[in-house]
Design a protein. Structure first.
Lengths: 334, 227
């Protein structure tokens, strides 16, 4: 591991000033904010990241979970994944988020990982983690070892000829279905970024994963007020029942009136290069009867642009069944 | 050949050596750890993987000395609260909490398995919460209360979870055991359901290569029933 300077700011402004000195906020950022550290330190050990400045933000007052003005809930950037998952309001009003968090990583990692750190956990594959292999995300222009290599786990939606790594987060899929907003503070002041505009598909620049610029610090995530009468569910399909990334997952928020679907939000994990919002599926659900035929049409719509690689073609049908199952569970009467 | 390493019951160990330095213990009472630590860097390099050995020999002595000076110059002051005691140190900021406990604070009960947050052997408590000490730098914990396996019980006064692991044979080789026990102690205060399956879910961040899982679950459940 390359050495670095360690600092521990105690105010948000100090942290922003430290971060603003970085040439980039993306791959190989020379200044990195560290919260739980569970991805960053792992990648530093592998020499996939080597910041000159390691800015420990754990002393910032950003760990609170509190009601949002006008309804909803504000999750502090440093609220730990385990704390959020077990928070009574999250369990009551945003069950999909609790389920997603508890399906990810391990109990120890969830005690370390934070809301903002999870948002920024890297979109990655095993070739990105191994400096012996070509990787356009790590070293732009060197090529992609995953296309034509081992890619069973990787993305089938939002891919490019330069990168097919999947976003591995469960939390971010739930936050996408919940239409969360990310509050960022930077050198130019504060701004709110809807989660759907936060992540960048790889395109020709897979080294850029989100819209953050040097000095930008996520301070909180806002969950909108829950839709009255809606139910939510997270279903994660994986090779083993614990401690494994999703092959496909679905986060659903749905409200049924009589037998008619009056509100539907669908997001997918494990299949996209970013947490994948499926407006296509939602359009097939909105106003239709909540039955198996409707769910299957929504699933077909969600995957119609899927572009599998050599080993992950099975994910197309798996993801469809995941959507159907998650919709079935979240609409069946209690 | 266990007797080669262990003192026989008739070995006389003068009291001052029993409580003496590690060097004295090499002659008086050879433990596995004191033996290994006295092999030194050359001995370790010779027995390490070819890759590690190659790296070590590729560096000319001058470069070695230079990088050591640089590391010493780059150290930062760190004060840690470990097992109820304050410890003042100077550390290279790259030192993980795990390495600090084992190498700087002489608390080798916490084990290094994968060193990437996947196996749980390095589990300790930070402010009462179980975490992977390999994925955290020691310098990040100056405001925290850290508890290791050495802090929860003594050989003649075991924590109930330690006693239960002995009673239920919750290990084979023992390498993952301290991490398993630290996780299991945390489970006692976490929202975990009553069933064996709930315990398995709560303990899946700790891998046991020997497969002692049924006995580990039995040990954890025994303590929970008596709690």
């Amino acid at each position: 591991m390359q050495t670095f300077q360690y600092s521990r700011p105690t105010t948000v402004d100090q942290a922003i000033q430290a971060g603003a000195k970085s040439k980039t906020a993306q791959q190989y950022a020379d200044v990195r904010f560290a919260a739980g550290g569970t991805t960053l330190i792992d990648l530093m050990k592998l020499d996939v990241e080597h910041p000159d400045q390691f800015v420990d933000i754990n002393a910032l007052p950003l760990e609170r979970i509190e009601p949002a003005s006008g309804g909803g809930l504000v999750l502090g950037a440093l609220a730990r994944n385990s704390t959020v998952a077990h928070h009574p309001v999250v369990q009551r009003d945003y069950l999909v988020l609790s389920q997603a968090l508890l399906s990810g990583a391990s109990p120890q990692l969830r005690n370390m990982a934070t809301t903002a750190g999870n948002l920024l956990q890297r979109t990655r594959c095993m070739y990105f983690r191994d400096t012996a292999h070509a990787c356009n995300k790590r070293e732009p222009g060197t090529g992609c070892s995953a296309i034509g290599g081992h890619n069973r786990m990787l993305a089938i939606l939002g891919t490019s000829k330069d990168c097919i790594a999947s976003n591995p987060s469960d939390q971010n899929v739930a936050l996408t279905a919940l239409e969360a907003t990310i509050q960022v503070q930077g050198v130019k002041g504060k701004r709110s970024i809807p989660i759907q505009e936060f992540y960048l598909k790889p395109g020709a620049t897979p080294n850029r994963e989100n819209v953050l610029e040097p000095g930008d610090l996520i301070v909180s995530v806002t969950l909108p007020a829950p839709v009255a009468g809606a139910r939510s569910h997270y279903l994660k399909l994986r090779d083993r029942a614990a401690y494994e990334f999703a092959l496909a997952s679905a986060a659903i928020v749905v409200k049924v009136n009589g037998s008619r679907i009056v509100h539907a939000r669908v997001a997918l994990g494990g299949v996209g290069t970013v947490p994948w919002r499926s407006h296509e599926a939602e359009r097939e659900l909105q106003g239709r009867t909540a039955d198996a035929a409707t769910f299957r049409r929504a699933a077909e719509a969600a995957l119609k642009d899927a572009h599998p690689a050599s080993e992950n073609g099975f994910k197309v049908e798996l993801a469809k069944r995941c959507i159907v199952r998650a919709l079935t569970v979240s609409t069946q009467s209690a | 050949m266990a007797n080669d390493r262990k003192p026989t019951p008739t070995t006389e160990v003068p009291e001052k050596e029993e409580q003496g330095t590690a060097e004295q213990s090499l002659f008086g009472r050879v433990t596995r750890r004191s033996f290994l630590s006295h092999l030194g860097a050359a001995g370790i390099a010779a027995t390490a993987s070819p890759v590690l050995a190659a790296t070590a020999t590729q560096q000319p002595p001058a470069a070695d000395a230079a990088s050591e000076t640089q590391a010493a110059a780059g150290t930062v002051p760190v004060t840690l609260r470990v097992n109820g005691k304050s410890r003042v140190l100077r550390l290279d900021p790259r030192t993980t909490l795990l390495d600090c406990l084992r190498e700087n604070l002489d608390l080798p009960g916490t084990k290094k398995g994968c060193d990437h947050g996947q196996c749980g052997a390095c589990t300790v408590h930070v402010n009462g919460q179980r975490v992977n000490s390999c994925l955290s730098f020691a310098v990040m914990h100056s405001a925290d209360e850290i508890t290791t396996i050495e802090g929860i019980g003594e050989p003649d006064h075991l924590h109930p979870m330690q006693a239960a692991f002995v009673e239920h044979d919750g290990y084979q080789c023992g390498y993952c055991t301290s991490g398993q026990i630290m996780s299991a102690v945390a489970v006692l205060t976490e929202p975990v359901g009553p069933s064996d399956d709930d315990v398995k879910q709560a303990m899946y961040g700790n891998i046991c290569r020997c497969g002692a899982y049924p006995n580990i679950v039995a040990a954890v459940q025994a303590v929970r029933r008596n709690a």
